[in-house]
Design a protein around this ligand. Structure first.
Ligand SMILES: [Zn+2]
Length: 463
């Protein structure tokens, strides 16, 4: 008896779908439906549902791109014994149902897992619009699907296992691509917010080149555009990293980071605008891919722990024994003053960002000018900025930090002006603190962007 029950409900569900098609056709309007070809029972589970939503979104964009619109007010989404199902009437359209059918077939053919999908059309009289083409079996790809089904050519469990693993892989890739795009966009936004913050002491902003003679606001736009092309690669590298020892991730991040440096130099006519930022943002983007591979939500402590592990012993390994032939600014500063710069900041899990910059932004809960200025001042008051030391000495750094602290405590135009004047007089630029501000804005955006549910659009239209 048990085997008959699901079959009976399956038939009921199919009847109900036929009724839905007829009901829409009563208004004289053709409809489109999407369902999945899942053999055996149950026909719906968490994997099929995720897959179904993604395909539904793909179908919607495909139809829209072909200038065919669906009336979402009249759309019905349901999961029953026959599986996941969506049906909607078309809005007024210029092309015939035959033409739409051809497009839907194109959609199925081009979709990487289109063999699992059924996009069906019903015309305005309630009849199915068919092209009469037989679909190949998704498992053997040798015979038409109907023949294999009729002959029971394949083991049901094997078919299901094959199908669910393909769907799961598809959903994982889809999620990783979506997250990479979203995270990259937040990273670029953070960088642009930092560059645009005006006025800034000693730094390039919208109105001044600060203490710089070789770069302007536009130089930063150029180099930001150049390096942002690699952001998604960094996140994807994090998704793809499966080793336990995160120290092994550093050469992977560096490999992409070096390409970003090349892109930066070529976009700025060899001016170093964002080398420090490439390092900080590079590790962060990779760390996010690694973090989101294992969980849905952003967690600051976990993020910091990943950064710390990637950069474990970095000061000892790279700053204490640098290559004397190719000493960088950071290595030079460490040799002379034992100030560890961006590497030290990363090795300790970005304390300037989390202990000084971020609390200021979180007080405001929005990225307005005042919040950004205060976050910058809070970082500048505590950060041993190697960019300042490189152009001056430890005494100047000490005075700069005191003035920054004062400008934060007594937040007014006068205290800010004193700090600006001091940077101009000493010809210094707190570029390290500016990089950390960009990173702070990025982290703030990750914390507050929260909702990563991509499918609310369809759920909203669920009657
Ligand atoms: Zn087959």
């Amino acid at each position: 008896m048990k085997a008959i029950e699901p079959l009976q409900s399956l038939l009921d569900s199919r009847d109900e779908r036929a009724n839905l098609r007829k009901k829409i056709a009563l208004t004289g309007i053709p409809s489109v439906s999407l369902s999945l070809n899942v053999p055996g029972f149950p026909k719906s589970n968490t994997i099929t549902q995720k897959f179904f939503y993604i395909c539904l979104e793909d179908l919607n964009y495909f139809l829209k791109a072909n200038r065919i619109s669906v009336n979402h007010e009249g759309a019905i989404y349901q999961t029953d014994m026959a599986g996941d199902f969506f049906i909607a009437p078309f809005s007024a359209t210029q092309i015939t149902t035959i033409e739409i059918k051809q497009l839907c077939e194109q959609f199925e053919e081009r979709h990487p897992l289109g063999r699992f999908l059924d996009v069906d059309l019903t015309d305005g009289t309630g009849d199915p619009v068919s092209s009469g083409k037989a679909k190949l079996c998704f498992f053997c790809r040798q015979k038409p699907a109907d023949i294999c089904r009729h002959e029971e050519a394949h083991d049901l469990n094997e078919l299901r296992k094959f199908m669910f693993s393909k769907m799961e892989m598809f959903c994982t890739h889809h999620r990783e691509a979506e997250l990479s795009r979203e995270i990259s966009s937040l990273a670029l936004k953070a960088i642009l917010y930092e560059i645009s913050l005006t006025p800034k002491p000693g730094l390039v902003d919208k109105l001044s080149n600060g203490s710089h003679t070789d770069m302007s606001f536009r130089t930063f736009i150029d180099s930001s555009a150049a390096i942002s092309a690699y952001f998604a690669d960094l996140v994807q590298a994090g998704f793809a990293f499966h080793a336990n020892d995160l120290v092994k991730a550093l050469p992977i991040v560096r490999n992409i980071g070096l390409r970003m440096e090349t892109a930066m130099f070529s976009s700025t006519q060899n001016v170093n605008t964002q080398k420090g930022l490439i390092f900080l943002m590079g590790i962060s983007l990779f760390a996010l891919g690694y973090l989101f591979a294992g969980q849905e939500k952003f967690e600051t402590e976990k993020f910091r722990e990943i950064i710390k592990q990637i950069c474990k012993d970095l000061i000892h390994k790279e700053l204490e024994y640098p290559d004397p032939r190719e000493k960088t600014h950071g290595e030079d500063i460490y040799c002379r003053y034992s100030v560890s710069g961006a590497r030290g900041e990363a090795e300790s899990g970005f304390p300037m960002v989390f202990e000084f910059g971020l609390p200021e932004l979180l007080k405001y809960r929005e990225l307005n000018e005042e919040a950004l200025q205060k976050a910058f001042l809070s970082i500048a008051a505590h950060n041993n900025d190697t960019n300042i030391i490189y152009r001056s000495n430890l005494d100047v750094l000490k005075n700069f930090k005191i003035l920054s602290g004062n400008a934060l405590t007594h937040f007014n135009p006068e205290s800010y002006r004193q700090l600006m004047d001091y940077c101009a007089k000493e010809n210094i630029s707190p570029g390290g603190s500016a990089d950390l501000l960009a990173l702070t804005i990025f982290v703030y955006s990750l914390i507050t962007s929260g909702d990563t549910d991509k499918f609310t659009w369809w759920i909203k239209h669920d009657p």
